[in-house]
Design a protein around this ligand. Structure first.
Ligand SMILES: NC(=O)C1=CN([C@@H]2O[C@H](COP(=O)(O)OP(=O)(O)OC[C@H]3O[C@@H](n4cnc5c(N)ncnc54)[C@H](OP(=O)(O)O)[C@@H]3O)[C@@H](O)[C@H]2O)[C@@H](O)CC1
Ligand SMILES: Nc1ncnc2c1ncn2[C@@H]1O[C@H](COP(=O)(O)OP(=O)(O)O)[C@@H](O)[C@H]1O
Ligand SMILES: [K+]
Length: 497
């Protein structure tokens, strides 16, 4: 699903009005109708509806929504935040609402009586927001934020800028944001979560032709039939064609990371899995993962032996591996010689950040999987996710690599600076070991997907999906990377069918 900027959305709007053709007021009616359908589906008419309307087209939507909900027998009040004059479609909808004579139109609202059954619909500002909210409007928004009730934003929460950081101190805090046609980039920024809540994209019939022709670096990942087919195992398959993966991670007393990654790889369909281990740790792997072949390192406590990996399709290097000189040398050797798909995580990323000349050795198409702390070591500090995004794009373009920047809405970026956001996954995954499992899944599917960007997007999706199943089954506290491994079963079943 493509993410478009405000300018592109306006153009799509105008194109649709001209070419469908449809009058602007009727497009507003269609958009408002979709919001009303959503509300009717999710909330009964026992809820009291308070529509907060600005004077632009977002306010116009609000007034149409008020009328349509009233027609569905909801009790509705409208608060005109900025008076009675506004955009043409706003004024026309105000006339329609007044002639309905069923909806009380107020200039202010007494919040003291509000309770949890109230639904506040924010139609104050939409994509036309041009500056932070201040003065009386800010005071009003603060009162709504403090009031009891369900909060719902039309198109975008008032005060959130769609394409850039939102500098204002006062921003509407929604439980749900019902956005028109395409998601906004701001929804993908973790700092906006508190305002956006859960977002839903409503199809309002803007021209698909126009949207398909829009150029955008940003999209939300969606599983397609073609992607599912990539994971299909041929009925005459043998282990060789399902790929060979080696995991080089952990070290003495740090075997957890290896085990989680290795299980992830095995359960994601790899044909042959090898694990490089210190001699003292061989028993642990053989007990835990009997399927794994052992590559014995000659060092007792750290991993540092170059064992030649030329038969391997994919190599994971880094989780909990530490920073011993021998380990750094091993990574250097691998960067210089390995021809398959390389996946670098955790300590490998920190090694690159501290030994910057090694960054120039990164083979094209390497997948790096930093969380924000690790990514900042690579590119320097940033203060919001929009800045992080710019750094992400320039890093990937410069080094011709794929970076998986992990967090809420993990961003996967390729060497062209195209960014795909993932929407599976949840807060229960914020536990040590989640990232190790992701490395494992990446390695498990890479040989069959055969393209680093597609591999990364799909692995992140599957990882989050198993996290979502774990959340349902075990809850956000109990779930662990290990429960996610067992839930890979349902994840793959779902994808396979
Ligand atoms: N595109 C589509 O496909 C469709 C779009 N639709 C709807 O249209 C919405 C966009 O409408 P819109 O362009 O009229 O902008 P909107 O946000 O309502 O208000 C702008 C007004 O507010 C003012 N203003 C701005 N910031 C301010 C501030 N901080 N404090 C005070 N004032 C401020 C600004 O003033 P100005 O910046 O010009 O000084 C201007 O007067 C969109 O979100 C969606 O809901 C649907 O109906 C159908 C299909
Ligand atoms: N709040 C969250 N919502 C969604 N996904 C999350 C959240 N917190 C963490 N995750 C996911 O969990 C994983 C954590 O990875 P990482 O920090 O590397 O863990 P570790 O190194 O301890 O294994 C990432 O894939 C990240 O996207
Ligand atoms: K709004």
């Amino acid at each position: 699903m493509k993410i478009l900027n405000v300018q592109q959305i306006r153009e799509a709007d105008q194109f649709t009005i001209k070419n469908e053709p449809i009058a602007s007021i009727d497009l507003m009616e269609r958009a408002s109708g979709q919001v009303v359908n959503w509300v009717c589906k999710h909330f009964s008419n026992e809820h009291e509806i308070i529509v907060l309307a600005g004077s632009g087209n977002n306010g116009g939507d609000g007034l149409a929504i008020a009328r349509l909900l009233s027609n569905q027998n909801y009790s509705v009040k409208v608060v005109l935040i900025m008076g009675e004059s506004g955009s043409d479609d706003f004024e026309q909808n105000l006339d329609r609402l007044k002639s309905l004579k069923k909806v009380e139109i107020l200039n202010d609202f007494n919040f003291s009586n509000s309770n949890n059954d109230y639904i506040f619909i924010d139609a104050i500002f939409g994509s036309g927001l041009s500056r932070p909210i201040e003065g009386d409007i800010a005071k009003f928004v603060q009162k709504v934020n403090e009031a009891k009730g369900i909060k719902l934003a039309v198109d975008i929460p008032s005060g959130v800028f769609a394409d850039e950081p939102s500098p204002g101190e006062t921003i509407f805090k929604s439980d749900f944001t019902l956005s028109f046609q395409v998601p906004k980039l701001a929804f993908m920024m973790a700092e906006n979560q508190q305002y956006v809540g859960q977002f839903e994209i409503l199809n309002i019939g803007l021209s698909e032709e126009f949207i398909n022709n829009c150029i955008s670096d940003y999209s939300i990942y969606e599983l397609t039939k073609e992607l599912k087919l990539l994971l299909k195992v041929d009925s005459i398959a043998h282990k060789g064609i399902r790929g060979r993966a080696t995991i080089i991670a952990g070290g003495h007393a740090k075997m957890g990371a290896v085990i989680l990654a290795a299980k992830g790889t095995l359960h994601s369909g790899i044909g042959l899995l090898s694990v490089q281990v210190c001699p003292l740790c061989i028993d642990i792997i053989q007990n835990q993962i009997p399927e794994a072949l052992i590559l014995e390192d000659e060092n007792d406590y750290v991993l540092g032996s170059f064992l030649g990996y030329n038969k391997q399709d994919v190599l994971v290097f880094g989780p909990a591996i530490g920073f011993a000189n021998k380990t750094i040398k091993l990574l250097e050797e691998i960067l210089k010689t390995f021809k398959g798909q390389l996946i670098l995580d955790a300590d490998a990323i920190t090694i690159l950040a501290k030994n910057r000349e090694m960054l120039e050795l990164l083979p094209e198409g390497t997948i790096l999987t930093p969380h924000h702390g690790e990514f900042k070591r690579l590119v320097g500090n940033y203060s919001n996710n929009f800045e992080a995004l710019m750094q992400l794009k320039s890093f990937c373009k410069h080094h011709k690599v794929v970076v998986v920047l992990k967090g809420k809405f993990t961003a996967v970026c390729n060497e062209k600076g195209q960014v795909s956001f993932n929407t599976t996954g949840n807060q229960g995954m914020a536990k040590g070991g989640s990232g190790d499992l992701l490395c494992g899944i990446l390695a498990g599917i890479a040989p069959r997907v055969q393209n680093p960007f597609e591999t990364a997007k799909l692995a992140v999706y599957l990882h989050g999906f198993s996290g979502d199943i774990s959340l349902k089954e075990y809850g956000e506290n109990y779930m662990t990377p290990s429960t996610m491994i067992s839930n890979l079963k349902d994840t793959f079943k779902k994808v396979e069918n």
